[in-house]
Design a binder for this molecule. Structure first.
Ligand code: G3P
Length: 218
């Protein structure tokens, strides 16, 4: 399973990259705004900087909602760096744009996916990634991980090449549950990724090992 970090924060991206387990980055307009990145040139430069920090795919989202606008924006984003994946919302013109980009050989990430039917359309359009938002489904008492499981099963059944990228992950259990149902990729905040490190028995066990070494070796 690939690990992407879901942020536009450069320090957090560097920290995850230094850990040696990072496979890519996802961003969205809200995450860019959170870092105070505004203006087309600053946004483009920020994407380029992220691509220089990490080795894998970096999702950059279009803000147009019409086909022509998405194509124009997507082409500009893709030209920034070979690692850019064009992130496109799950709307009618978005599906058309994904089909267009997939035929031209560009990587796409179909975002804001909340149902199995939407995931089916994304795969048929040739999306590289489909992003079911599991935390937001949990927020409304639905089951986000169950949707990931359904999409994984459906894609396996039909042999679709689209990778299931579980997004809107809020905590470590989401990551573990996504691994259990066979997600291809998770994108998570740094806190959830490093949270996987933690176990009190690891901490107490290490403390004892070091104390026992010290007893004999000073
Ligand atoms: O990857 C999508 C993500 O950024 C949305 O997360 O926590 O706003 O639902 P959240």
């Amino acid at each position: 399973m690939k690990f992407f970090i879901d942020t536009a924060n450069l320090e957090q991206i560097k920290e995850a990259q230094d850990l040696g387990i990072l496979d890519g980055v996802t961003t969205n307009p809200s995450l860019m705004a959170k870092e105070g990145i505004k203006g087309d040139e600053n946004i483009k430069n920020h994407y380029k900087t992220i691509c220089e920090i990490v080795e894998g795919d970096v999702s950059a989202e279009v803000i147009s909602t019409d086909f022509k606008g998405m194509i124009k924006e997507g082409e500009i984003l893709a030209a920034l760096h070979p690692q850019i994946t064009i992130k496109i919302p799950m709307i009618k013109d978005g599906i058309k744009a994904i089909k267009y980009f997939s035929e031209k050989g560009f990587n796409t990430n179909c975002t804001l996916v909340f149902s199995i039917g939407q995931a089916l359309l994304a795969a048929k359009a040739g999306a590289t990634y489909v992003s079911p938002f599991i935390g937001r489904l949990d927020d409304i008492s639905a089951n986000g991980v169950e949707l990931v499981r359904q999409i994984v099963d459906m894609y396996n059944y039909y042999g679709y090449g689209t990778q299931v990228l579980a997004a809107s992950i809020r905590h470590t259990q989401h990551i573990i549950q996504c691994a259990e149902v066979g997600a291809d990729v998770i994108t998570a905040p740094l806190s959830a990724i490093v949270g996987l490190l933690k176990h009190p028995l690891t901490d107490s066990g290490l403390k004892t090992f070091l104390a026992d070494y010290k007893k004999l070796n000073g």
